[in-house]
Design a protein around this ligand. Structure first.
Ligand code: GDP
Ligand code: GDP
Length: 453
């Protein structure tokens, strides 16, 4: 078994650095078959071992965010590596060192039922030099009786072996407590700068969410079928697109399909809302080959309520003929008029058509969402607008706009200080002109009016 060591680390190179910059991170390392994938799934809160249902499923993943006791962290779980010409031991050492440089803590998983092997000892030697904390997980301790096996692992020189059964969950909570103790407090993902941008991929069942996720991730990694999807566990996923790392929030439900149950819609909408709240930008996926439905519009309503940046993606474009395209245009005019500002992209998750247009659209939407207009610039603009188009007189009074300021970004929120009430129609006019002047394509804009009388 010396021949196929695996150290699971971040995507490598810059991606590893990005990952480390975002949330506190822990890498799970160990030789094959000790239960790394099972432990990762356990950390992510999955109820079944995805490993066993879908061979290879965790192997080619990048990393995931998990939370425990209210804290979020990344479980770094990527890629097997191949021993190269320099030989296995060297490759192991390099890989361990890269993991050590990229993450905040390492869990070395050893199979307690086997005891320390020569390979375990080799990687332990490398990890003893780590500047980050290393925890030793003695896995497959499925019962109290088996705990004695764990003691043999003291010989690895990595401190106390933590007995755990990744398969049954025994001791997993204690191990996570230990992991949290050694992880630095960091919440980079929540910060506006640095860290991957957070995307919620939403839409009614069967529009192609999981197909798109697979396409983007570049691997066929989940069961795609015609069963309507519901979401299961709060699991996020990092995906590198165009050299940028994106955090797709709450993808668990897209990965695991559950048959439609009663109350399904209600739970699906709660789930969508919480994904949106965790995200900065939403991809609203719509099946372009079918008429727009109430359900599509309800998801859109949730996005509008949460104030996220938005890219509307019309999927299954491979099924759209000229006639359907014309009908769709009419449906868009009629049904999507409340979000004229949303970016739109037509793709086929199946063929890969135009999927490359997604990232530029997401980038633009997020730039708009983050954008700030200086107060001076804003007030010059509003002075000109008001001079040319004064607010309509109400109750014999001419409202005046005294001052405007952008009070917030994410989404851009403006406050107008006025004397007298501004009608909804005039506020819409201002928003239209504001967008013409400053852009904000892909982002909602909020305009609040404070009447000072
Ligand atoms: P990896 O190659 O290190 O990722 O290992 P896997 O997670 O694929 O697990 C290898 C095998 O060990 C699988 O058959 C798992 O079901 C099994 N396994 C994992 N954890 C445990 C455990 O805690 N107890 C027992 N008895 N088996 C486990
Ligand atoms: P989800 O429920 O939104 O995750 O949707 P799925 O990804 O499971 O897709 C539902 C069905 O639509 C599956 O049968 C997919 O194969 C199919 N599908 C997804 N994307 C496309 C596409 O771009 N073109 C076509 N023709 N079918 C697609």
């Amino acid at each position: 078994d010396e021949a196929d060591w695996e150290i699971v680390d971040a995507a490598g190179g810059d991606a590893a650095a990005d990952v480390a910059a975002a949330l506190p991170s822990v890498a799970i390392v160990g030789r094959p078959n000790v239960g790394k994938s099972t432990l990762v799934n356990r950390f992510l809160g999955r109820r079944e071992a995805v490993v066993e249902d879908l061979p290879g499923v965790t192997r080619d993943r990048v990393s995931y965010s998990a939370s425990w006791s209210g804290r979020s962290f990344l479980v770094v779980d990527t890629g097997g590596w191949e021993p190269d010409a320099r030989g296995l031991q060297q490759a192991v050492a390099d890989q361990a060192e890269r993991a050590m440089a990229a993450v905040d803590a390492i869990v070395l998983v050893v199979d307690a039922t086997v005891g320390p092997t020569a390979t375990d000892e080799a990687v332990a030697r490398v990890l003893r030099r780590a500047k980050v904390p290393v925890l030793l997980a003695a896995n497959k301790v499925d019962s109290e009786r088996a705990e004695a096996d764990a003691a043999a692992l003291w010989s690895l020189g990595l401190g106390e072996p933590h007995p755990v059964s990744a398969a049954h969950g025994r001791g997993a909570g204690d191990l996570l407590d230990e992991v949290l103790k050694v992880l630095p407090e960091r919440t980079g993902v929540a910060a506006p700068s640095g860290g991957p941008r957070r995307v919620a991929l939403v839409g009614k069942p069967n529009v192609g969410k999981s197909s798109l996720l697979n396409k983007l991730a570049g691997h066929e990694r989940s069961v795609v079928d015609n069963v309507a999807g519901t979401t299961v566990d709060p699991v996020d996923e990092l995906i590198e697109l165009d050299g940028q790392t994106w955090l797709f929030v709450d993808t668990a439900g897209l990965r695991r399909k559950v048959r439609t149950a009663s109350g399904h819609e209600y739970y699906a909408s709660l789930r969508t809302r919480s994904a949106l709240e965790a995200a900065e930008v939403a991809i609203l996926l719509i099946d372009a080959s079918e008429p727009l439905t109430e359900q599509d519009l309800r998801v859109l309503g949730l996005i509008v309520e949460t104030g996220r940046a938005l890219v509307i993606v019309f999927n299954k474009w491979d099924l759209v003929d000229e006639e359907r395209r014309l009908t769709l245009d009419r449906e868009i005019d009629r049904e999507l008029s409340r979000v004229p500002w949303a970016s739109r992209v037509n793709i086929s998750a199946m063929t890969g058509r135009a999927v490359g247009k997604l990232v530029p659209a997401l980038d633009e939407a997020l730039a708009s969402w983050d954008k700030r207009i200086g107060t001076g610039q804003l007030n010059n603009w509003i002075k000109d607008i008001v001079a040319a188009n004064p607010p309509p007189v109400r109750g014999g009074r001419q409202p005046r706009i005294m001052f405007a300021t952008q009070a917030a970004t994410r989404p851009p929120t403006f406050v107008l200080f006025t004397t007298g009430f501004l009608e909804a129609g005039y506020r819409r006019f201002l928003e239209r002109r504001l967008r013409e002047e400053f852009g904000f394509h892909g982002s909602p804009v909020r305009i609040n009016v404070r009447v000072r009388d």
